[in-house]
Design a protein around this ligand. Sequence first.
Ligand code: 5GP
Ligand code: 5GP
Ligand code: 5GP
Length: 208
Amino acid sequence: VLCVSQDFDFFYFVQQWPGAYCDTKHTCCYPKSGKPTADFGIHGLWPNYKDGGYPSNCDPDSVFDKSQISELLTSLNKNWPSLSCPSSNGYRFWSHEWEKHGTCSESELDQKEYFEAALKLREKVNLLQILKNAGIVPNDELYNLESIVEAIKVGVGHTPGIECNKDSAGNSQLYQIYLCVDTSGQDIIECPLLPKGRCASKIQFPKF
Ligand code: 5GP
Ligand code: 5GP
Ligand code: 5GP
């Protein structure tokens, strides 16, 4: 019997701050098109279970097919740039995200719908503006983790998860922001479970 019931509980919609990806001990590489805008970019839309576990690589037969997202290219390049090395035009990153995560929500979203859903969520939530409204800007200064959480809670209406990484000097800094989304991929919801954040109580918001 073909099982068509829900095979995950919610999505994490994860955005990354490019400044924090680039100033770690790893290198980063700009896409061929040049340095991305100093704004949050999409990392991924990740199916998750309420207990914190998650499915991955769910359908080896559903390989990434770039022809399905040709209409979304302009928006993907702007909102979902890849900063890993060697420099790439994004297809490697998108392909990785589709095959590892997207194939696990295929019961809800086909490949085009998956990328569209992430782009729509990105449009709906302007994290940089929300933070700016609260006086929180990427200027290498330290901010209270709580004030960042509070600003996003006010701006989005739901509590975000904040993930930190470390710059090359070892300072805790704002790396990724997690919002939770219902299984349709459309509506932001309260997180059933917040991700482990690894943040200090005061964190840097690095320039990019
Ligand atoms: P890291 O080890 O950098 O935290 O995560 C590495 C990769 O594991 C991420 O890029 C992502 O693909 C996956 N991952 C990490 N945490 C989660 C999670 O809470 N949910 C899901 N669905 N994937 C995760
Ligand atoms: P995850 O498995 O954690 O969803 O995604 C991380 C993978 O995507 C890693 O293999 C990483 O090298 C690749 N990747 C490519 N571009 C980027 C980027 O801009 N940010 C992050 N975090 N990972 C990227
Ligand atoms: P991945 O699963 O992305 O290959 O690598 C695991 C972790 O290493 C990622 O979560 C990411 O933080 C880091 N990483 C991988 N490739 C790069 C890179 O090119 N630049 C930076 N800054 N970090 C990377």
